[in-house]
Design a protein around this ligand. Structure first.
Ligand SMILES: [Zn+2]
Ligand SMILES: [Zn+2]
Length: 346
């Protein structure tokens, strides 16, 4: 498709994004062009916007930012047969190589040659995005595009929650950013007995309560380990979903875990290195600790779509919807933490 579109572009190695008129991207033989109906802001996008240390080492401008979206397929390449024009789609944002050893053993989510849309290649903060058709997931056409765009982070919540047993389990979620918040209805829907959430931001703590958290604790005001112990007859929780990346929360999570419990870690510590009591809290406690990288292709997507079809409701987490032009307001909300998911409408 020839023509121009509006897009949020990282034009130089400096903070901010610029709303620009750019060419509608070309469509290679294995690609599809999607008209973006909704695109949600992720923590990664905020890192790129604010130009933090990570983005300075990873991002090469000019780049259209954004990776979470839903929209309609409007054009397909010659080799594409898994989607057709008119399909409402979302996307797996990790573009994998299909040839490295990880891909060949079916562990595509840990492909050693992964590139990410909106990070390594042009993204979806735009009216159109071109992406390998393999990465597209066809949605129920009745699914709200804002909810559909959030399926990528929702998939992270599903992957983390379902990385260990949930039914009849007592589970703590450390950190109630958007993905931590999403994990609450996922845990409830899949049969958790008790969900304990720790979070320092009051807005998000209230949202956690609204979403069904049985116990929601501000660790700045109350000892979360003592509260979790009290709620579990002194034994500790069966599982912890680590969603904060905060070293203190990681340690609190380990200390509230029962012996033999599991900690599934999605949060990314900004300082990289975290000190934990390996001997007592992991080895002698017989704890299973697992890193969660993205979403399993495509198991997590089937699970996520299945949960949505079964009535999983993440609507309350989408707290803000605004036109693409208002992205700076959206980024300010992300910085404040007084939001769930912020969705931009191109
Ligand atoms: Zn994301
Ligand atoms: Zn690979």
């Amino acid at each position: 498709m020839q023509g121009k579109m509006r897009a949020l572009v990282k034009t130089e190695r400096a903070p901010g994004l610029t709303l620009q008129e750019v060419d509608i991207p070309s469509v290679g033989p294995n690609d599809a062009l999607v008209k973006v109906a909704a695109t949600s802001i992720c923590g990664t996008d905020y890192h790129i916007y604010s130009w933090d240390e990570w983005s300075q080492g990873r991002i090469n401008p000019p780049l259209i930012a954004g990776h979470e979206f839903a929209g309609e397929v409007v054009e397909i390449g010659d080799n594409v047969d898994i989607v057709k024009t008119g399909d409402m789609v979302s996307a797996e944002t990790h573009i994998v190589c299909h040839t490295c050893p990880q891909c060949r053993i079916g562990e595509l989510h840990t492909c050693i040659n992964t590139s990410i849309i909106g990070v390594d290649v042009d993204g979806c903060f735009a009216e159109y995005v071109s992406i390998p058709a393999y990465n597209l997931w066809v949605n129920d056409p009745d699914l709200d595009p804002a909810v559909a765009s959030a399926q990528e982070p929702l998939g992270n919540a599903v992957h983390t929650a379902l990385a260990g047993p949930v039914a009849a389990q007592r589970i703590a979620v450390t950190g109630a950013g958007p993905i931590g918040l999403m994990s609450i209805p996922v845990l409830k829907k899949t049969g958790a007995q008790l969900v304990i959430v720790t979070e320092v931001n009051e807005f998000r703590l209230n949202l956690a309560r609204e979403l069904g958290a049985d116990i929601a604790i501000n660790p700045a005001e109350e000892d979360p380990v003592a509260a979790a112990m009290e709620a579990t007859d002194g034994l500790g929780v069966d599982g912890v979903l680590e969603m904060s990346g905060n070293p203190q929360a990681i340690n609190q999570g380990l200390k509230m875990l029962r012996p033999g419990g599991r900690m599934s870690v999605l949060g990314v510590p900004s300082g990289r290195e975290v000190t934990v009591d390996m001997a007592n809290d992991i080895v002698f406690a017989g704890v299973k600790m697992e890193g969660i990288a993205g979403r399993k292709m495509w198991e997590t997507w089937y699970q996520t779509a299945g949960l949505l079809a079964a009535g999983l409701d993440i609507e309350p987490i989408i707290t803000h919807r605004m036109p693409l032009e208002d992205f700076e307001k959206g980024m300010d909300l992300m910085a404040s933490g007084d939001c769930g998911k912020v969705v931009l409408i191109p």
